[in-house]
Ligand binder design. Structure first.
Ligand SMILES: Cc1cc2nc3c(=O)[nH]c(=O)nc-3n(C[C@H](O)[C@H](O)[C@H](O)COP(=O)(O)O)c2cc1C
Length: 175
């Protein structure tokens, strides 16, 4: 798939098939994340956690629901069989850098996933689960790293929707 086609084909998938994605697909998604731009080239400041364990996924889903009782969805991770958490070492000098890095990584992963026919959705809501000490201990995030965001992956069980390639933002041109 051409890059621009992947950009307009990607959409947030909120209904997944139960079938797990193939390991080869997961590796492509992780590798795409691994070539994302990272501030100051500090790739060692990032840690990825791939969760495919149904019990842990279920715990994350129920923790998010418990933390946000008003949430309308039954399953905040939409039955996705794979969740990738991106963690960062806090940077005292530039505190925002971790969030920027994580966003670049997740976007790369989601575009690569689209390219190979895997659905995805950025999952900031899962962060609400990470106040659960039992869950956090199960995630085995190395010390010094803080989970900042996650994305869910799986085969879409929704109709595809093609976007229009257009700038949706109010933009000032200074020429
Ligand atoms: C930083 C960020 C956090 C997001 N968190 C969630 C989330 O927790 N749950 C969810 O269902 N979608 C989440 N999304 C997906 C957005 O709602 C979605 O990208 C947006 O509505 C545009 O739709 P599209 O992705 O289908 O183009 C998030 C997106 C971003 C960029």
């Amino acid at each position: 798939m051409e890059t621009l086609d992947a950009l307009i084909t990607r959409k947030s998938v909120r209904k997944y098939k139960k079938e797990q994605i193939k390991d080869a697909e997961l590796e492509i998604i992780l590798a795409a994340g691994g070539v994302a731009p990272i501030g100051m080239g500090d790739y060692a400041s990032i840690h990825l956690t791939v969760i495919q364990n149904p019990e842990i996924l279920e715990r994350i889903s129920s923790d998010v629901k418990a933390a946000a009782p008003g949430m309308k969805v039954d399953d905040p991770i939409f039955g996705a069989p794979t969740l990738i958490i991106v963690s960062s070492r806090p940077n005292e000098r530039i505190p925002a850098i971790g969030g920027f890095n994580v966003s670049c990584i997740i976007q790369n992963m989601m575009i690569a996933a689209t390219d190979i026919g895997v659905g995805s959705v950025f999952m900031l809501s899962t962060m609400m689960a990470f106040t659960d000490p039992l869950l956090v201990s199960k995630l085995k995030i190395p010390s010094g790293f803080k989970p900042l965001a996650a994305a869910a992956f799986g085969y879409s069980d929704e109709p595809a929707a093609l976007k229009e390639l257009k700038n949706t933002f109010e933009t000032t041109y200074l020429r």
